[in-house]
Design a protein around this ligand. Structure first.
Ligand code: 5GP
Ligand code: MN
Length: 337
């Protein structure tokens, strides 16, 4: 973030404001961790702050300190709109285009608040007054840590904030193994541990709360896996019926796509999951090396993300989606070999 913006934000936050903090739709650990850490920080500074999430998130995030205070736009619309309309500062975290907050975008885009974006995804849209965008960052949580340091308040990081920030860095880096994990990321993590984040408790709370049906759903997904050797690609499908059979809960399929990528020689892994509520297929894409799933998702499946992790959607049937996917792949044969 540049000096001029930091100075301006410092001045902006010197007086009390009505602040709304927004994560993306279907928020993950980085989105919830970063918004909660920022929320604690602003509240401790005497600001009126509230987190408004577009919708609910997995149960394995519901231990995070302050989580029960989050307002959900889809089920608490009136209350959420009241906060957004009254806001004079809006932080948007872990996304960079208002299309990522779904139906909430129409209310948010009407606001004349000062927008501050903190995000690490590619190709940020230009809706914010202050944009802190850095695609080299491991996570939005690492950026919120930096943001607090820019404001010279590192000493104000509480154990609650440290735990929230640790969680998002841990999950977005695949437990510190993806290439965006730098030595600086590890230094930030070390500082967060010194400030009270309990690494093994957090790991346990997020990763070791599986239900038997979730593991059975994983078994089903792995059985459905198809390897396309000519393209060093693997894809997995999960139908509505299969999700229902294994008592699907929000967040159950998180990480499934990575199993495909663990196969020797595989450069591109995809999972296609039928949405239970609406008639579309949600896709998660992962890659190794230079193959950009961000570009792939943007060009063909109305999505985006990072070079090695992106998402998108398809409004076709599962059969047609897979057919389209395979057809598109032919144009990437050289890149994938
Ligand atoms: P996931 O596959 O875990 O849902 O998402 C992988 C990455 O891509 C995340 O950083 C997520 O924010 C981003 N992403 C997922 N779905 C979409 C989408 O539909 N559009 C865009 N622009 N990004 C997405
Ligand atoms: Mn993130």
């Amino acid at each position: 973030m540049n000096e001029v913006d930091i100075k301006a934000i410092k001045t902006l936050l010197q007086t009390p404001k009505n602040i709304v903090i927004i994560p993306h739709k279907n928020p993950d650990s980085d989105a919830i961790g970063s918004t909660l850490a920022l929320w604690h920080y602003l509240k401790n500074k005497g600001q009126e702050a509230i987190i408004v999430a577009p919708n609910d998130y997995p149960d394995f995030l519901k231990w995070m300190p302050g989580e029960t205070e989050i307002v959900k736009f889809d089920t608490q619309k009136e209350e959420a709109e009241k906060y957004i309309e009254a806001a004079n500062v809006i932080f948007t975290l872990d996304f960079n285009d208002l299309s990522r907050i779904g139906e909430m975008a129409s209310t948010v885009s009407k606001s004349d608040a000062t927008f501050i974006m903190i995000d690490h995804h590619q190709q940020p849209a230009e809706y914010a007054t202050y944009t802190y965008s850095d695609t080299s960052m491991s996570s939005t949580c690492e950026m919120v840590y930096n943001f607090i340091c820019f404001l010279e308040d590192e000493d104000d990081i509480t154990p609650e904030m440290a735990s929230c920030l640790y969680s998002g860095i841990m999950t977005d880096t695949g437990s510190f193994r993806f290439s965006a994990t730098t030595s600086t990321t590890h230094r930030v993590i070390a500082n967060l541990m010194d400030k009270g984040a309990n690494n093994s408790e957090i790991h346990n709370a997020i990763y070791d709360t599986n239900s038997p049906t979730k593991l059975q759903l994983l078994g089903c997904a792995l059985k459905n896996m198809v390897v396309l050797e000519a393209y060093n690609t693997v894809y997995i499908t999960l139908s509505k019926q299969e999700l229902l059979q294994y008592d699907f809960r929000k967040g159950d399929t998180e990480g499934f796509v990575n199993y495909g990528l663990s196969l020797k020689g595989i450069k591109f892994a995809a999972i296609f999951i039928e949405n239970l509520q609406e008639p579309y297929i949600k896709m998660s894409l992962r890659s190794k090396g230079d193959f950009s799933v961000n570009e792939f998702a943007r060009t063909h499946f109305n999505g985006g993300g990072h070079t090695n992790a992106a998402g998108g959607r398809s409004d076709d049937s599962m059969e047609d989606t897979v057919k389209k996917f395979k057809e598109i792949l032919t144009a990437y044969k050289n890149e994938l070999n």
